[in-house]
Write a protein that binds this ligand. Structure first.
Ligand code: MG
Length: 384
């Protein structure tokens, strides 16, 4: 069996798919999406395809090594995402050709269902939205996530802190004590701001606080871990085992590699295994489409130290236009009581409608990704 082609399908600046085909028939799909950077990813995938075409697709780890290290320059979100999509497609192709789900090749399922969570944001200037939280709890979720909205000062004032605490008190009062919530700080708090704010919300027993510092400050995360009893999560902007090593050594509780950024199924599985020896759990980042989510579910099913899976697809309310129209079997993403079933189909467990994908390929210049910065009162720069 040899790879005959690697095709990319740029749909938007938040959705790019790829298909690896073979001379004997089996094919696999991946999602190398890097939000806001679809055209550069497309170019990197095309260059990596020069190596892949003609190769035996079943040598996944070997190809991963060549593509991660063979170009001399390495690491980072662009190379990591292009490689991730290729890796997902190689796993899909191999498992599909063997007629089994990918997790069967990773040692088999370690659980019968996969806990998922969704986001309860939406109030300007506040952290979380109680009405949305109530809806998600009614839909069966046992874990929800909220994030502060708007700008935060380097060490913001007492008014900001009071609103942060009050919002989380209201959230806890709304969902009750039997439901978990996490708080995603998006790296928007400075290190001193996190050290000040997190002890103030311990009384609401958050399940975790995510990205309490920017990724370039990861070496400082131990000072935040040591400042609070709240479990610390991070990793959506880390791309390799090496980058996860220091945060694990510093004591983070939850690692959140993105399976479309951090080298795909191969590297994220290895990151989860690495986390296990630090008593840390895996909660893959996934604000992306159905192929990325399907890849996450395969790893979630396989690893023993799985915590929960992020979703942004409205899986509990399958509305058109949110990515599920790419599938001929969207029913695999219907949750029951806050869990998705472990997929049973071959490969990634989803069946893609190639005609629909081709009909969505962008023919006009892509709209930019989401705005990623603020202008504070002095017109300087503050990130989202
Ligand atoms: Mg996040």
């Amino acid at each position: 069996m040899k790879i005959s082609s690697v095709e990319t399908f740029v749909i938007t600046n938040r959705r790019i798919l790829l298909k690896i085909s073979t001379d004997t028939g089996p094919a696999g799909w991946g999602e190398p999406t890097l939000e806001g950077w679809s055209r550069p990813i497309e170019a990197i995938v095309e260059q990596m395809a020069n190596y892949l075409v003609g190769q035996d697709p079943r040598r996944i780890t070997h190809h991963w090594q060549v593509l991660a290290r063979g170009g001399f320059y390495r690491g980072g979100p662009l190379f990591g995402s292009a490689l991730a999509g290729i890796d997902q497609a190689l796993w899909d192709l191999k498992a599909r050709s063997l007629g089994v789900p990918i997790y069967e090749l990773l040692g088999g399922a370690t659980r019968s269902k996969i806990r998922i969570y969704a986001h309860a944001n939406g109030r300007s200037g506040h952290t979380g939205h109680p009405d949305r939280a109530r809806e998600l709890v009614a839909a069966g979720y046992t874990l929800i996530k909220v994030a502060p909205d708007g700008q935060v000062g380097f060490v913001d004032n007492a008014d900001y802190l009071d609103r942060f605490v009050t919002d989380l008190a209201e959230l806890r009062g709304t969902i009750g004590d039997a439901i978990d919530f996490g708080i995603d700080l998006h790296g928007r708090f400075s290190v001193p701001m996190s050290r000040r704010a997190l002890p103030l919300i311990e009384e609401f027993a958050p399940a975790f606080v995510e990205e309490p510092l920017r990724p370039e400050h990861s070496e400082l995360i131990g000072s935040i871990v040591d400042s609070t009893s709240i479990p610390i999560a991070t990793g959506e902007r880390l791309y390799t085992r090496t980058e996860f090593r220091s945060v694990l050594e510093a004591g983070v509780a939850i690692v959140q590699p993105d399976l479309s950024h951090a080298g795909g199924i191969s590297e994220s599985f290895r990151i989860a295994t690495q986390a296990e020896i630090y008593d840390a759990q895996l909660a893959p980042h996934c604000p992306l489409g159905p192929v990325a989510l399907a890849a996450c579910l395969q790893v979630d099913a396989a690893v023993p130290n799985f915590y929960a899976q992020e979703t942004v697809i409205e899986v509990h309310d399958q509305q058109p236009g949110r990515g599920l129209e790419l599938l001929t079997n969207p029913e695999v993403f219907v949750p029951v009581d806050g869990y998705l079933p472990v997929p049973t189909g071959p490969g990634l467990g989803i069946e893609l409608d190639e005609d629909v994908i081709r009909s969505q390929v962008a023919t006009e210049p892509l709209a930019p990704g989401s705005p990623t910065w603020f202008y504070p009162a002095d017109d300087s720069f503050a990130e989202w």
